[in-house]
Design a protein around this ligand. Structure first.
Ligand SMILES: *Cc1c(COP(=O)(O)O)cnc(C)c1O
Length: 340
C-alpha cells in the first residue's frame, strides 16, 4: 500500500464518520429543509460568533462567493501573491466577479498592515477601487505558515479605517489554532467573512463553510445557487462535517507534529537544500541541484511514498488523518535511505 502525502484532501471517511452520515436526517436544502445542513451551519456560525453560515461543495466556491458578495465589477482585491484565490481558483475572481487583483509579495504567504496600506489605490476614475483584503491561514503555498491574531488585528484596523472588507480563507484555520491556542470566537470577531474546509485535515469527504452575518449569507445563498451549488439532501455530507468538527479538530496536533518530524528528517539529508519553517501540517522543501522534483518523486514513489512537486526542484508533503504514526516511521526510514 502506498503512503500518500500528496494532500490532506486524500482522506476517506472513518467508519464512525460513515455511520454518522448514514444516520443523518435529511431534507431538501434548496428549500432550507435539511435539518442536518441547518445544524451544521448553526454550529459553524456559533463557533465563530457570527449570525449565519452556508454549506458549500468546495472551498473554491466559498471563497468565490465571498469575493462576489464583497465586491462590484471594477473593484480590486488585495492578497499575498501565493494566495489560493490567485494561484488555484482558475482566475475566478475575474471571471465570477469582474474584479482586479493586487498582489503583495509577503513573507511565507503572509502580508502585514503596512504592505496592505501601501497597496490601497487612491480614488481615481482610471484606477480599480480597492475593496477587499483576503488573508489565508494557514498559508498553503507559504509552507503552512500561521497568522496569529496579533498579526491580523492591525490589518483589520486598517480595513475598518479605509472601508475595506476582510475575508479569511481559513481552509486550514484549525491546523493553526490548535498550535496557537487562539479561539474561533476571537477569529470570528476580526473578519467580515470566513471560509473553512471540512474536506482537508478535518477528514470529511466533501464540503466547506462560508460564515458571516445574516445579510451577507442571504446574498451568498443566491450566489451559491447561480454557481450551481444549491444541493438537495446534502445532510448526508453535512453529517460528516458535524462529526469532523466534533471529533477531528484536536487531533490536528498529531498531523502538525508528524510534519515537524518529516521536516527535521529532511533537514539532515545532504540532497535537501532548504526546508521552509514547518509550523503546521505542510512541509515544503528544495532539492540540491541537479536533483529535480520529477526524479526525486519517481524514486520516492518506487519506495511506496507519494508526494507532489511545488516547483521544478521543490516538493510538498502534507500530513493528514490517514497518515499514521507507523507510516511516519516508514517515511523517515525511506528518506534516510535515499542517496542521490
Ligand atoms: C484547498 C484549499 C481551498 C479550497 O479548495 P477546494 O479544493 O476547492 O475545496 C481554499 N484555500 C486553500 C488555502 C486551500 O488549501
Amino acid at each position: 500500500m502506498k503512503i500518500n502525502l500528496v494532500s490532506d484532501t486524500v482522506t476517506k471517511p472513518t467508519p464512525a464518520m460513515l455511520s454518522a452520515m448514514m444516520a443523518a436526517e435529511v431534507g431538501d436544502d434548496v428549500f432550507n429543509e435539511d435539518p442536518t445542513v441547518n445544524a451544521l451551519q448553526a454550529k459553524a456560525a456559533n463557533m465563530f460568533g457570527k449570525e449565519a453560515a452556508l454549506f458549500c461543495p468546495s472551498g473554491t466556491m466559498t471563497n468565490q462567493i465571498a469575493i462576489k458578495c464583497h465586491t462590484q465589477p471594477l473593484d480590486e482585491v488585495i492578497c499575498d501573491h501565493f494566495s489560493h484565490i490567485y494561484q488555484y481558483e482558475v482566475g475566478g475572481y475575474a471571471y465570477n466577479s469582474g474584479v482586479a487583483i493586487n498582489l503583495i509579495a509577503g513573507t511565507n504567504g503572509k502580508i502585514n498592515a503596512s504592505q496592505v496600506e501601501a497597496a490601497i489605490k487612491p480614488v481615481q476614475d482610471w484606477l480599480p477601487r480597492t475593496r477587499l483584503v483576503v488573508l489565508e491561514n494557514t498559508a498553503n503555498k507559504g509552507g503552512g505558515s500561521i497568522y496569529t491574531l496579533d498579526e491580523v488585528r492591525p490589518i483589520r484596523q486598517l480595513c475598518l479605517e479605509r472601508g475595506l472588507a476582510l475575508h479569511l480563507d481559513g481552509a486550514r484555520l484549525f491546523n493553526a489554532i490548535v498550535e496557537t491556542g487562539e479561539s474561533t470566537l476571537d477569529w470570528g470577531a476580526e473578519f467580515d467573512s470566513i471560509s473553512i474546509c471540512l474536506s482537508k485535515g478535518l477528514g470529511a469527504p466533501v464540503g466547506s463553510l462560508l460564515i458571516g452575518n445574516q445579510d451577507f449569507i442571504k446574498q451568498a445563498r443566491r450566489v451559491r445557487k447561480v454557481m450551481g451549488g444549491g444541493m438537495r439532501q446534502a445532510g448526508y455530507l453535512a453529517a460528516a462535517g458535524i462529526f469532523a468538527l466534533e471529533n477531528h479538530v484536536e487531533r490536528l496536533r498529531d498531523d502538525n507534529h508528524r510534519a515537524k518530524v518529516l521536516g527535521e528528517t529532511l533537514r539532515q539529508q545532504n540532497w535537501v537544500a532548504d526546508v521552509r519553517p514547518v509550523q503546521t501540517n505542510i512541509v515544503i522543501f528544495d532539492l540540491v541541484p541537479p536533483l529535480t522534483a520529477e526524479v526525486f518523486l519517481k524514486k520516492l514513489e518506487g519506495m511506496g511514498v507519494l508526494a507532489t512537486a511545488f516547483g521544478p526542484a521543490t516538493v510538498r508533503f502534507v500530513t493528514h488523518l490517514d497518515f499514521t504514526e507507523e507510516m511516519l516511521g516508514r517515511v523517515v526510514e525511506v528518506l534516510e535511505s535515499l542517496a542521490f
